[in-house]
Design a protein around this ligand. Structure first.
Ligand SMILES: Nc1nc2c(c(=O)[nH]1)N[C@H]1C(S)=C(S)[C@@H](COP(=O)(O)OP(=O)(O)OC[C@H]3O[C@@H](n4cnc5c(=O)[nH]c(N)nc54)[C@H](O)[C@@H]3O)O[C@H]1N2
Ligand SMILES: Nc1nc2c(c(=O)[nH]1)N[C@H]1C(S)=C(S)[C@@H](COP(=O)(O)OP(=O)(O)OC[C@H]3O[C@@H](n4cnc5c(=O)[nH]c(N)nc54)[C@H](O)[C@@H]3O)O[C@H]1N2
Ligand code: SF4
Ligand SMILES: [Mo]
Length: 694
């Protein structure tokens, strides 16, 4: 029996798993005992990866929609030629700006890098990722505050912290390995800030159920109290930060009275929280989607960073302002996708960085794309307005996951070329494709993932490819060749070769990986960036900013802040309730196309979309458990859900799992001004009992 250690390509822990294989069949999956992330544990999604592409599996040949509107199988060569010809025609007629793609945080970094080389460097198109829906806020917050997109922690900090703030994060459901690390910590206090009594809130020491999207008031208010009480680390502020005075002046406005009124929390609880920060010796602040997905999200994330800076809770074991990522390779897409920033980081107009990247890739400055991609929302808007004519979707399901998702459906009708590349041909998005590229899953691929704590790990093929089967990398190479890229692809032929290119691009950057080799990653404990050529690895767990130096020109972290804006989409008399959305159970993954193959989990979920509602509101509306009722959103659309009655939501707030397409039918086209991340979590709605239908 062969054993292959590979990476779980589902969530951002990127656990390692040992796959035992006999006669091209996975016999068992055992979480890798020595891997420092999951230490012999995994969740049901990882342990069930052997089920992927078993119950549902497309034919390995590509399909093109024929004149009758039917999908017709063809050969790979024909499909590459067809797509290349169309892309070149569109580019010729309307320019590179008329071509766009949406990629993912779920592919190995080598595949993302090559995809951008074809789509951005060669075709001069736009490529954004589903990470825009997820991590864009943290990216901008880190860049502005720290000078680079650098989550500073190691997962061990969960075990070393005495005071753990979880803000808009529900790790019991979303990052179970993180929760197991928290449980391993005997000395912790867990404080959850979430408008909902989430699974994690239920098991916390303190739960503060603030009004949705008022976190920024809370954190400015806590800063106010910390200043008032002089619970500050003056030495740290002086030595390692910039513009504290400006921040101090601003938060003077956010008195406990104001903050209590906005957040719905009591003044006592604000002082209690400030006291917890003060008495904690190793205080860590962790945030996820409850913070990132909002109309004022970047400044909210930075209000958390500011608290850590002013109390000196940075760079020491068990501390930090720490954003947890979502998808297995969100970090890889952030630094190596050449979409919002250059490979390895840096801006498109930074001549020093351009030169370094050109040298690494052996291309000229003219051949390297010269501007960041249009963000996701602008891509959809420009398809709808007729400026973008071709769209290629890779490893994401936007017909379901995009905010106000009917606008995606409307956009499709305007496209001249719509390609979908997925491991399933029956997703909501695949079904509308003009061209469908079926690809193999991670079980048959080679590549590198970077997890939430910046740890690179190896994905290695567990099973062999069957006849006609292709990896994403092979498809990108096939289309690139058909486009006539010629020698521009010479250095990009294998994952290992591409990894070497990315290493060169990273040289001298905060994410420097020049010391890592493919061989060193294989069967290893993973390696966190930075890891420079010539360095030796002394510890498995490394955090950033231990020396108090940041990546800004002054080496100091910046206090970033603004006056708090008015909610652009408040509740109204017509839409008096709030729709909150997010994950529901450990077994459900996003749009459920992958997790539906986990038999035991799938059997446990309703096929009908459901929504959580408080008993008082349900009673007032005459709605019973499991009764289907209508939800009308301020975006002008309605969906139907079955009622799940629970006191875990407040009376005026309902919670709909994002795992059902009905949910994003209701979310608005509203984004953070800096990150353009959608505001998925607070939509004004109304609800109606259905009468007179049978
Ligand atoms: N089982 C499972 N695990 C997953 C995923 C999955 O689909 N299924 N997805 C992965 C991905 S890509 C991601 S990004 C992560 C997401 O991980 P999380 O962010 O932990 O998950 P969510 O359920 O989206 O949101 C977390 C919480 O934010 C709260 N929230 C809503 N509004 C606010 C607010 O205004 N303030 C605060 N403080 N909290 C608020 C919600 O009530 C919810 O409990 O999970 C990853 N892990
Ligand atoms: N209302 C609401 N909406 C949300 C969120 C929310 O909290 N609330 N969260 C947002 C967030 S954080 C995220 S990350 C997004 C996630 O949204 P999506 O990215 O749309 O969700 P997934 O279901 O993970 O889709 C991934 C697709 O990739 C395919 N796939 C898997 N492996 C491979 C592969 O190797 N190659 C290829 N080509 N395809 C592959 C899968 O079959 C699947 O179709 O949803 C966002 N939408
Ligand atoms: S916690 Fe995440 S990475 Fe680990 S097994 Fe589960 S889904 Fe995979
Ligand atoms: Mo995400």
């Amino acid at each position: 029996m062969k054993k292959v250690q590979s990476t779980c390509n589902v969530c951002s822990l990127a656990c390692n798993l040992d796959f035992y294989v006999e006669n091209e069949q996975i016999v068992k999956v055992i979480p890798t005992p020595h891997y420092p992330v999951n230490k012999g544990f995994s969740c049901i999604k990882g342990i069930s990866l052997d089920k992927q592409n078993t119950k549902f599996k497309p034919s390995p040949l590509p399909k093109i929609r024929n004149v009758k509107g039917e999908m017709q199988e063809t050969t790979w060569e024909e499909a590459y030629d067809y797509v290349a010809k169309k892309l070149l025609e569109i580019k010729e007629t309307y320019g590179g700006d008329s071509i766009a793609a949406i990629s993912t945080g779920q592919l190995p970094l080598e595949e993302m890098a090559l995809f951008s080389h074809v789509m951005r460097n060669f075709l001069r198109g736009h490529v954004d990722g589903n990470t825009r829906l997820c991590m864009a806020t943290s990216v901008v917050a880190h860049k502005q505050s720290f000078g680079f997109d650098a989550p500073p922690y190691t997962l061990n900090d969960f075990e070393l912290s005495d005071t753990i703030f979880l803000i808009g994060a529900n790790p019991i459901v979303t990052h179970p390995i993180i929760w197991s690390r928290i449980r391993n910590n005997p000395n912790k206090k867990v404080i959850v800030i979430d408008p909902r009594r989430s699974e994690t809130a239920q098991r916390s020491d303190y739960h503060y159920a603030l009004n949705g999207k008022t976190d920024i008031y809370l954190f400015y208010g806590l800063a106010y109290i910390l200043i008032e009480k002089d619970y500050l680390d003056h030495n740290y502020i002086e030595a390692h930060t910039e513009n504290f005075q400006g921040f101090k002046d601003l938060v003077a406005e956010y008195t406990p009275d104001v903050v209590a009124k906005e957040t719905g929390l009591s003044i006592e609880s604000l002082y209690e929280m400030a006291g917890l920060i003060h008495t904690g010796e190793r205080v860590s602040f962790w945030w996820t989607m409850g913070v990132n997905q909002g109309y004022e999200a970047v400044r909210t994330a930075q209000s958390i960073i500011n608290l850590a800076l002013m109390t000196g809770n940075m760079g020491r074991p068990g501390t930090g302002a720490n954003s947890i990522t979502g998808q297995c390779n969100a970090m890889g897409s952030r630094v190596f996708s050449n979409t919002a920033g250059l490979y390895g980081g840096g801006d498109y107009d930074n001549l020093v960085r351009r030169k370094a990247v050109c040298e690494a890739l052996q291309i000229t400055d003219e051949q390297l794309i010269n501007k960041p991609t249009l963000p996701y929302n602008a891509i959809i808007e420009k398809i709808n307005s007729g400026e973008i004519k071709a769209l290629w979707i890779v490893s994401t399901n936007p017909r379901h996951s995009w905010t106000n998702n009917t606008t995606f459906q409307e956009a499709l009708e305007k496209l001249e070329l719509f390609i979908v590349q997925d491991i399933y041909d029956d997703t909501h998005t695949s079904q509308d494709a003009g061209v469908f590229f079926p690809v193999v899953s991670g079980l048959k691929k080679t590549g590198t993932y970077i997890n939430t704590e910046r740890r690179l790990s190896a994905m290695r093929p567990v099973l062999s490819k069957a006849e006609h089967e292709k990896t994403d990398l092979e498809v990108f190479l096939g289309v690139g060749k058909a486009l006539g890229m010629g020698s521009l692809l010479d250095l990009w032929q294998t994952p290992e070769a591409i990894f070497e290119l990315m290493k060169k691009c990273s040289k001298g950057m905060p994410c420097d990986i020049t010391g890592i080799t493919y061989k060193a990653l294989e069967g290893s404990a993973g390696i966190q960036w930075p890891f420079r050529e010539g360095e030796t690895l002394e510890e498995d767990e490394r955090r950033l900013f231990e020396d108090g130096n940041y990546y800004t020109p002054s080496k100091k972290a910046k206090f970033m802040f603004d006056k708090i804006m008015d909610n652009p989409l408040p509740t109204t008399a017509e839409f008096p309730y709030i729709l909150n959305t997010g994950r529901d159970t450990v077994g459900q993954w996003h749009t459920q196309v992958r997790s539906r193959e986990i038999g035991v989990a799938e059997d446990a979920y309703a096929a009908q979309a459901y929504i959580y509602i408080h008993p008082e509101l349900a009673k007032e509306k005459g709605i019973k458990e499991n009764e289907i009722f209508e939800v009308a959103s301020i975006n002008g659309r309605t969906s139907r859900f079955a009622a799940r009655i629970t006191e875990n939501v407040t009376v005026n707030q309902l919670y709909a799992p994002m795992h059902y397409i009905e949910t994003n039918n209701l979310t608005p086209s509203l984004y953070d001004p800096f990150s353009k991340e959608p505001s998925y979590k607070t939509t004004p709605i109304n609800i109606y009992k259905i009468v007179g239908e049978c």
